[in-house]
Design a protein around this ligand. Structure first.
Ligand code: SF4
Length: 247
């Protein structure tokens, strides 16, 4: 297939399960590929934790797969399913991954194309914060859900913390929200020393989010995360898609 396209792992309609838009009806478009492998260097191949990781990305088996869709194929499909109407009625379009900014050169033209068929559209992009978006993409996106990764991801510091990219997202505040995945109370120290202080991330834009891929672990982490967030003056986020096993 020639012409403009996106490499897509899946699309589905659900509710946003986490972050500041939790509960919002949303069309999810998951793009294929990621430049990280949270869970460890070998976890994509083995399915196990390694490299010191304490949690594993819960979508690896999805974003490693995908198909090429032309812009018109995607928009026709969404129209037939009634999803364009839902967007016009206020549902959010959530571009997620994987790391969707790996396809950033196609994303801005896709969103322009979409808006010729459907307007208004509120667009959220979920990113690990290692790739800076272009100016043309910034114009098309209303909300950035940035989730920089900590040492608990098992990723090397130079791969997961790209200063120039993080600075761009900080400058996009308040359109940028920072979702930090926490698996141990000590992670807060790293969040503050490695991200909040050096980049002057506004504390009001930070959400602490439990590291979990099943409901039992989620509840266990929340028992200490909620009081910790309260004591330190941070917002926290549930992960309803894990708690209720929905997508
Ligand atoms: S950056 Fe996100 S999508 Fe990529 S491996 Fe980590 S958690 Fe998964």
């Amino acid at each position: 297939m020639s012409g403009p396209h996106l490499q897509v792992s899946e699309t589905f309609f659900s509710q946003q399960g986490e972050g500041v838009s939790m509960g919002t009806p949303s069309l999810f478009c998951r793009l294929q590929g990621c430049n990280l492998s949270c869970g460890g260097q070998h976890t994509v191949r083995t399915g196990d934790l390694d490299s010191g990781a304490t949690w594993r990305c819960d979508t690896i088996e999805i974003w490693t797969q995908g198909q090429r869709y032309s812009f018109d194929q995607l928009i026709d499909d969404w129209s037939q399913k009634g999803w364009l109407r839902a967007l016009q009625d206020g549902a959010h379009l959530i571009i997620t991954g994987g790391e969707p900014l790996l396809q950033h050169a196609q994303l801005a033209p896709f969103l322009s194309h979409l808006r010729r068929h459907c307007t208004p559209v509120y667009v959220e992009v979920e990113t690990n914060g290692t790739l800076a978006p272009s100016a043309s993409l910034i114009e098309q996106v209303q909300q950035w859900n940035v989730s920089p990764k900590l040492a608990n991801s098992g990723m090397a510091l130079q791969k997961r913390r790209v200063e120039s990219a993080i600075q761009v997202f900080c400058d996009l505040s308040p359109a940028a929200w920072f979702k930090m995945v926490v698996s141990d109370p000590s992670d807060l120290q790293e969040i503050e020393s490695a991200f909040i202080s050096p980049f002057q991330v506004p504390k009001s834009q930070v959400l602490l989010m439990p590291a979990a891929s099943d409901p039992v672990t989620l509840e266990q982490v929340l028992t200490w995360l909620v009081p910790l967030a309260d004591a330190k003056g941070y917002r926290w986020s549930h992960r309803q898609q894990i708690a209720q096993n929905f997508r």
